[in-house]
Design a protein around this ligand. Structure first.
Ligand code: APR
Length: 238
C-alpha cells in the first residue's frame, strides 16, 4: 500500500487541522454546540467583526496566544518533524493551525495557511512581524509606529489563505496526501484531497471521526493524532 511505502523520491503533502493539537490541550474549533469557546464565528473571526468590536476580537486572540505558553507539541507533532528530516522525497507540511506547535517540534518545511497567533499585521503600513504577548487595541506597529492599526496575522473568514499557489503546485505534484485532524468543513483546505486525488495521489486521512470529505480518501484511520501519526510515520520510514 502506498501509504506505507516511503519510496525514494515520493512527493508527500500533509495537511493538519485543529485535531493535530487537540492532544496538546489546544481546543478544536467545532465543538458540538458550534461555538468557538462560547463565541459565534462571525463575532470573532471575520474582518467585519474586527471593525465592529476590535476589543472582543483582540481579547479572543490574546487569550489564545497566551495559552500557547501552557501547551507543548505532542507525539504527533514530533513524529511529523522526524518524518520531514528522514523522508527521502519532497515534503511539504501545510497547517490550518495558528499555534506554533509544529515549529516547536522541529518542522521547517511548513506553511501556516491561516496565519499565526505569534504574528501581527499593521493595516497602516502593511508590514507583518513576529508578535509575543498581548496585542490588544492600541498596539504599536514596530515598523511604522502607528497605534491602533495592528491586527492578529490570522486569515479570517472571507480572506484569502496564504501561499495558495505554492500549496496548489505541491498538491498537483504529490504522490501521497495525508490529512490529519481536520473536519473538512472549511475551504479551500477541505478541497485539497480532491486535487490530490485528481492527480492520482494516494489519499490517507488520520482523524478522530470521519471528516466531511471522508469519501474522497482512499483510506481513513480513526483515532487520536498523538497515537495514529507516530504509528504511521514509524511504518512509513521502516
Ligand atoms: N486526534 C485527531 N483528530 C482529532 C482529535 C484528536 N485528538 N480531536 C479532534 N479531532 C478531529 C475532530 O474529529 C475534527 O474532525 O479534529 C477535527 C477538528 O475539526 P475543526 O475543529 O473543524 O478544526 P479544523 O478542521 O482545523 O478547522 C479548519 O476552520 O475555524 C476555521 O480557521 C479555522 O483553521 C480552522 C479551520
Amino acid at each position: 500500500m502506498v501509504a506505507e511505502r516511503g519510496q525514494n523520491g515520493e512527493r508527500l503533502v500533509i495537511l493538519t487541522g485543529a485535531g493535530m493539537s487537540a492532544d496538546s490541550g489546544v481546543p478544536t474549533f467545532r465543538a458540538a454546540d458550534g461555538l468557538w469557546e462560547g463565541h459565534r464565528v462571525e463575532d470573532i473571526a471575520t474582518p467585519e467583526a474586527f471593525v465592529r468590536d476590535p476589543a472582543l476580537v483582540h481579547a479572543f486572540y490574546d487569550a489564545r496566544r497566551a495559552y500557547l505558553d501552557a501547551v507543548a507539541p505532542n507525539a504527533g507533532h514530533l513524529a511529523l518533524a522526524r518524518l520531514e528530516r528522514e523522508w527521502p522525497g519532497d515534503f511539504l507540511l501545510v497547517t490550518q493551525n495558528v499555534d506554533d506547535l509544529h515549529e516547536r517540534a522541529g518542522s521547517t518545511r511548513l506553511i501556516h495557511m491561516h496565519g499565526e497567533l505569534k504574528r501581527g499585521w499593521c493595516l497602516a503600513c502593511d508590514d507583518r512581524f513576529a508578535w509575543s504577548g498581548t496585542m490588544g487595541e492600541g498596539a504599536l506597529c514596530p515598523s511604522c509606529a502607528t497605534c491602533d492599526e495592528v491586527r492578529p496575522d490570522i486569515v479570517w473568514f472571507g480572506e484569502m489563505p496564504y501561499q495558495m499557489d505554492r500549496i496548489d503546485e505541491a498538491l498537483r505534484g504529490c504522490d501521497l496526501f495525508v490529512s490529519i485532524g481536520t473536519s473538512g468543513a472549511v475551504y479551500p483546505a477541505a478541497g485539497f484531497v480532491q486535487t490530490a486525488r485528481y492527480v492520482g495521489a494516494h489519499c490517507l486521512e488520520l482523524n478522530l471521526d470521519p471528516s466531511q470529505g471522508s469519501i474522497f480518501f482512499d483510506e481513513t484511520r480513526l483515532g487520536r493524532a498523538s497515537e495514529l501519526v507516530p504509528a504511521w510515520v514509524e511504518k512509513l520510514l521502516a
